[in-house]
Design a binder for this molecule. Sequence first.
Ligand code: NAD
Length: 437
Amino acid sequence: MEHKQQLLERIANREAQIGIVGLGYVGLPLAVAFAQEGFSVVGVDLDSRKIAALQRGESYVEDVPADVIAALADAGLFSVSTDYATLAEVDAISICVPTPLRKTKDPDISYIVDATECIATHMPADGGQLIVLESTTYPGTTDEIVLPRLGRDGLEVGRDFFLAFSPERIDPGRTDFTVRTTPKVIGGVTPDCLEVAVALYATVVDHPVPVSSTATAEMVKLLENTFRAVNIGLVNEVALMCDRLGLNVWEVVGAAATKPYGFMPFRPGPGLGGHCIPIDPHYLSWKLRTLNYTARFIELAAEVNSHMPDYVVSKVADALNARRKAVNGSRVLVLGVAYKRDVGDVRESPALDVIHLLRQRGAEVSYHDPYVASLRREGIDLDASPLTAEGLAAADCVVVVTDHSAYDWTWIGATAPLIVDTRNAIKNGAVASIVRL
Ligand SMILES: NC(=O)c1ccc[n+]([C@@H]2O[C@H](COP(=O)([O-])OP(=O)(O)OC[C@H]3O[C@@H](n4cnc5c(N)ncnc54)[C@H](O)[C@@H]3O)[C@@H](O)[C@H]2O)c1
């Protein structure tokens, strides 16, 4: 039987074995979704600590409960390894490895290249596998980087193996949309690649969205995240404008959001964070630079957004100054260091910049975050302070960087003598000592 037919049947009968490469925020929930659907799933990650944790039945991703991992492992549906040889027998592999930026803000696709190389090395000699790249990347990566390596040993794409790109849309911490209810865009190298990939994802996603090519699917993801980066940049600039005009940007955005059509509210904040929004648009602008085109919106949004931590620190300085205090020597307590509400992820978090800038000006900085017990990153080496009435009262300034829902804002507002609130977490009228963005 030809490979395509065999794959389709094995997927339909839930007999297909599925490999997931990279068991992070994206790969682990996907592995769980396939295993819960009855597929036998093998996860591969080079981080032996993560593999050991999963083998103990523990989870390190907030949205994936440990008992789910343990139950799937007990049922024989989920096993993990650091060894790519475990993927030699699987029918389909999703690649979910990181795609960071280099210091120069150029894409670092070395994780994709390494993973592809390892998968190719262990591919069955007669082929038959479906490979899907999920990592966010610039248009052309699947065709130009992944395809040549997988086809190097004379295997023909669309006949001997199948290749697709399907961007991940997971939003960590979100509960109103799941893997199943979030539509998933899929582009195949050939029509048969697309057919097999759609068949696979249709088992765990209610609405697969087929598109005409892998590059289109790659571009869709970059449009989505560029859309967010640009709109956040716009509203952050509106915050700067409102400051000059003596207006409350939160009131302006809130009132504009009552328009039932043609307006989508974005909120200002201390800057962009996380593994996606600050990074992904640079993949697109880099690619366009190679085509002699400047992606102006992306560059401008990045400029505005990356300035926000400076702006927050200038607000802290002004607020202290108004109380005849200098930043130098002041005790500043940062509330929330994760890049967004209700997660423990500090990657690219604007809190890191805010802490650095405050320290540069001589502040004694401490922090509290219910999800981040210690902060050892980018030259910062701090343990979380307990959140107490004494601690709040003793701080010269409290800076709200992340508005975790566990915080009791009324109590914080009533206890801290001075607060710079970058999220409008403490609602109007709570206290007079609040400086909003
Ligand atoms: N986190 C998100 O919210 C999110 C959302 C959508 C898309 N994405 C994209 O998905 C991709 C993965 O992101 P993530 O947040 O899951 O990253 P992550 O860092 O949480 O997980 C990636 C995992 O891959 C492992 N890894 C690295 N190189 C490997 C290799 N050669 N072989 C096997 N494992 C390897 C790492 O050890 C890590 O556990 C990125 O391209 C990201 O941009 C992330």
